[in-house]
Design a protein around this ligand. Structure first.
Ligand SMILES: Nc1nc2c(ncn2[C@@H]2O[C@H](COP(=O)(O)OP(=O)(O)OP(=O)(O)O)[C@@H](O)[C@H]2O)c(=O)[nH]1
Ligand SMILES: [Zn+2]
Length: 200
């Protein structure tokens, strides 16, 4: 993976240890060119040739921190942290691309549209947004700066794999990353698989 300073989108800004119920991670903070702050949770030596267990997780305040059952983000984050802890080695790139890139307030607006019967894609569109506005160049730069050479990616999203490969990330394997559904996220998961091609 490319690590030339001229292509860097992120400044590696701070680092500490992060004890969690699953493992004590290294927490590495990055700042992008727009001033947005992102983090990587790192465990073990991720610079060797053995492919690194990895998750590229997009921020979801409602799911990651507020236990929302509208989506599967919280359980996916926890499962990723557990799997990395179990493996003793891995990286979780936590990208601040809330609401698939439209931001928190717009995601709340999109949820309000879904309360009226639209699905997650239609709700974005009626608000004038692309269904998925995320970009993964920041994750690619994070992996490069962390010295990661290749990854085994925990995801159900084929577009995420394609986008990362396009950016030069060597994704050698996909690890399915399903979680138990709830009555509240059944339709959301169905739409993800029908309209985004998620392998659920
Ligand atoms: N705009 C919008 N964003 C949502 C909605 N539900 C979840 N999100 C955001 O979607 C992102 C997570 O994407 P997902 O589609 O759940 O999963 P993924 O990252 O594409 O794929 P996986 O790697 O398999 O988890 C987070 O940024 C969430 O905040 C929604 O209804 N509308
Ligand atoms: Zn979510």
């Amino acid at each position: 993976m490319s690590d030339s300073a001229s292509t860097r989108l992120l400044t590696r800004a701070a680092e500490t240890k992060l004890p969690t119920p699953f493992a004590e991670f290294r927490l590495v903070g990055f700042v992008d060119r727009a001033g947005k702050e992102h983090v990587a949770l790192v465990l073990g030596d991720v610079t060797t040739d053995t492919p690194v267990l990895a998750r590229v997780h997009s921020e979801c305040l409602t799911g990651d921190a507020l236990f929302s059952q509208r989506c599967d983000c919280g359980p996916q984050l926890e499962a990723a942290m557990r799997k990395v802890a179990q493996a003793g080695r891995g990286v979780i790139a936590y990208l601040r691309q809330e609401g698939r890139g439209i931001g928190l307030i717009n995601k709340i607006r999109a949820y309000a549209e879904q309360d009226k019967g639209l699905d997650t894609v239609e709700a974005n569109e009626i608000l004038g947004f692309a269904p998925d506005a995320r970009e993964y160049d920041i994750a690619a730069d994070m992996f490069a700066q962390l010295g990661v050479k290749s990854i085994r990616l925990m995801t159900n999203n084929p577009k995420k794999i394609a986008a990362l490969r396009e950016l030069g990330v060597d994704v050698v394997e996909r690890i399915p990353h399903r979680t138990e559904g709830t009555p509240h996220n059944e339709n959301y998961l169905k739409t993800k698989s029908q309209k985004f091609g998620h392998m659920l």
